[in-house]
Unconditional design. Structure first.
Length: 319
């Protein structure tokens, strides 16, 4: 694959993961990566740098990269498809077919770094299925996808929310007070909750909005608006899910994460989603065949894709 224009540790880690997932290579060494990086100009490296300075530059860059990879391996736990050693990284199996969940998440996240086309609405819907599974396991309870477009033959918003509140969650239904029954999903993609066996009111609830575009920092669930749909006994916790991995060792990016967490709620990036969705999430879904079609179509084109300019806006789900 082409290198990304951004040479930050997360961007290079994304490239390295995709190189192993979309090509015949199953292992890469630190020296392989240094050799590849040195073939292309780096704007942070002075043209007047000596050979020793160049060697130090590439060594420092790959050292930061391996630190990022070790962090990913620890954070994503058994959902991470790579074995990270001191000087090598290897795919744990023959190819991506044994790691469809992480491969899908990485490919969706790659839209922000590479130019290749997908059906945005279908991709967003499939991403929401994975997030639903991850949140179900995170909260050790139940979860439902409520985003638009709905499943085929699903009832309208009014009946869907009535069933969700009364039959599944045992929460008072708000009868859409102040909400149009023609609304699609009211700004919510996934809801998760954990009930108690005593059947008394009050349970932890997550309201999650999913984002596959560059606008994920600005996403926010309006939990007050949803309290007009379902009269939650306990105020829900908002959450945002997205398939990229922010550069949290960068102070500015870390500040954005903290700010988005304060305003938007719990943040579920690719690592957190992979950690809870698990290795075989995609295979266990009713829509498993759709993921197979998506991956077989997208991965060959992603392998040949050109990098996007740094800071390029990438759209999420269409309205």
């Amino acid at each position: 694959m082409e290198l990304p224009l951004d040479h930050s540790p997360p961007a290079l880690a994304d490239w390295l993961e995709l190189e192993l997932l979309t090509t015949d290579r199953v292992t890469l060494s630190n020296s392989d990566v240094q050799a590849r990086l040195s073939q292309e100009p780096d704007p942070t490296l002075s043209p007047q740098a000596s050979q020793g300075q160049e060697d130090d530059h590439w060594s420092a860059l790959t050292s930061d990269l391996w630190r990022e990879l070790r962090h990913r391996s620890h954070a994503a736990r058994t959902g991470y498809p790579f074995l990270v050693e001191s000087e090598n990284i290897a795919l744990r199996d023959e190819d991506w077919h044994q790691w469809k969940t992480y491969t899908f998440l990485a490919a969706v996240g790659a839209r922000l770094r590479y130019r290749f086309s997908v059906d945005v609405n279908d991709t967003a819907r499939l991403f929401e299925y994975v997030v639903t599974s991850a949140l179900r396991l995170y909260i050790s309870g139940s979860a439902r996808r409520v985003g638009w477009p709905t499943e085929r033959h699903a009832p309208g918003f009014e009946e869907r929310t009535r069933q969700l509140a009364l039959e599944l969650m045992s929460e008072p239904w708000g009868q859409l007070t102040g909400v149009s029954p023609a609304v699609k999903d009211h700004g919510l993609d996934v809801i998760a909750w954990r009930s108690f066996d005593d059947e008394r009111p009050g349970q932890p609830i997550l309201l999650c909005q999913c984002a596959i575009g560059t606008d994920f920092w600005e996403k926010k669930v309006d939990d007050q608006a949803w309290r007009m749909v379902i009269h939650f006994t306990v105020r829900p916790t908002p959450a945002i899910a997205f398939p990229v991995i922010p550069h949290l060792s960068d102070p500015q990016e870390r500040s954005r994460w903290v700010g988005a967490s304060i305003s938007g709620g719990l943040m579920f990036d690719r690592l957190r989603i992979a950690a809870f969705a698990g290795r075989h999430c995609v295979e266990d879904l009713e829509s498993a065949a759709e993921f197979d079609v998506w991956l077989e179509d997208v991965l060959p084109r992603l392998a040949m894709a050109q990098p996007r300019g740094i800071g390029t806006t990438v759209a999420g789900r269409a309205a």
